[in-house]
Write a protein that binds this ligand. Structure first.
Ligand SMILES: NC(=O)c1ccc[n+]([C@@H]2O[C@H](COP(=O)([O-])OP(=O)(O)OC[C@H]3O[C@@H](n4cnc5c(N)ncnc54)[C@H](OP(=O)(O)O)[C@@H]3O)[C@@H](O)[C@H]2O)c1
Length: 272
């Protein structure tokens, strides 16, 4: 029996994709640099020797690109070639609503994935889960002040569980999707509105402080991001400020067959 390989299988979306596949009775192999459990396989973008073993017997692939790589195609193109040669037919790429085929670096991957016989590109808006875990926004929640360069613009935050539910369908539906899916939550809200929802739930004040793009980039560099990547992330905030993420799609509901989770529900269920 063939298996589905989930790259980033321990991460925010990947572990939910693995769980969703298994809940549907599909054998999922979770890729990680440090396998520690049954059902996990060693995979490291930086170590090509790990690729063949991870791909053996695999028919479909959840492709989480190497994170923070300025030119990810340099790693993804040979890997994809190996995957197709090993018998992978279907590839589902996790991209972003902020990325088009013309975006330097990440845009290349949207073209590459179309070389698979069957494909889908997931283009989620900003994750609700940025408010939890190690993300800078989550750090802001802990500090009582979320700093962004998004001004008062709105973002259609999307739940990682909803992204995973769409991924599971794109990986397993009998008919390949061969399409790009822009994924959003059910409403677009500003960071100030999000902070107010978080405050009401936690019972303490969390505010949003908008700063200029250059100041935000400086803060990211100070937080440890390489300067080039910090500029890319700050530019994404500027796009948000111009309204790029202020739109809603019904794709989650149409594909997953249930309404997308709201930010308020996410906060109730996941924020501690
Ligand atoms: N956050 C957002 O708002 C947002 C919005 C739109 C799109 N996105 C996109 O979402 C992606 C991140 O997805 P995610 O949140 O699911 O990931 P994540 O939680 O950041 O997880 C990263 C995963 O990558 C694995 N990993 C790290 N280094 C690796 C390496 N050298 N080789 C192989 N695997 C490695 C980690 O596994 P191990 O540590 O176990 O090896 C982990 O499973 C990014 O590409 C981002 O552009 C994010």
């Amino acid at each position: 029996m063939t298996e589905i390989l989930v790259l980033g299988g321990t991460g925010t979306t990947g572990r939910r994709v693995v769980a969703g596949l298994r809940a549907n009775g599909v054998t999922a192999r979770a890729a990680t640099r440090k396998p520690a459990e049954p059902g996990q396989v060693r995979f490291d973008w930086a170590d090509r020797a790990t690729h063949a073993g991870a791909l053996r017997g695999v028919s479909a692939l959840y492709l989480l690109p190497p994170i923070g790589e300025a030119e990810p195609a340099r790693l993804v193109e040979p890997f994809l070639g190996d995957a197709l040669a090993a018998g992978v037919r279907r590839v589902v790429l996790l991209s972003s609503s902020a990325v088009t085929a013309d975006t330097p670096g990440l845009g290349d991957l949207q073209r590459l994935v179309r070389t698979a016989p069957e494909w889908a590109v997931l283009k989620p808006s900003w994750f609700m889960q940025n408010f939890t875990g190690e993300h800078l926004v989550a750090q802001g929640v802990r500090d009582g002040e979320i700093v962004t360069a998004t001004g008062d613009a709105r973002v259609a935050f999307v739940d990682a569980g909803d992204i995973a539910a769409v991924a599971v369908r794109a990986l397993t539906d009998a008919a390949p999707h061969n399409a790009e899916h822009v994924l959003t939550g059910p409403e677009a809200i500003s960071y100030a509105e999000a902070a107010a929802i978080v405050s009401a739930h936690l019972g303490r004040t969390v505010r949003h402080r908008p700063v200029a793009t250059a100041e935000f980039a400086t803060r990211l560099t100070a937080a440890g991001f390489p300067a080039g990547f910090a500029r890319v992330l700050a530019a994404l905030d500027e796009d948000v400020r111009r309204g790029a993420e202020d739109r809603i799609t019904r794709t989650v509901e149409q594909i997953a067959g249930r309404p997308a989770r709201s930010f308020a529900t996410f906060v109730q269920e996941e924020l501690r």
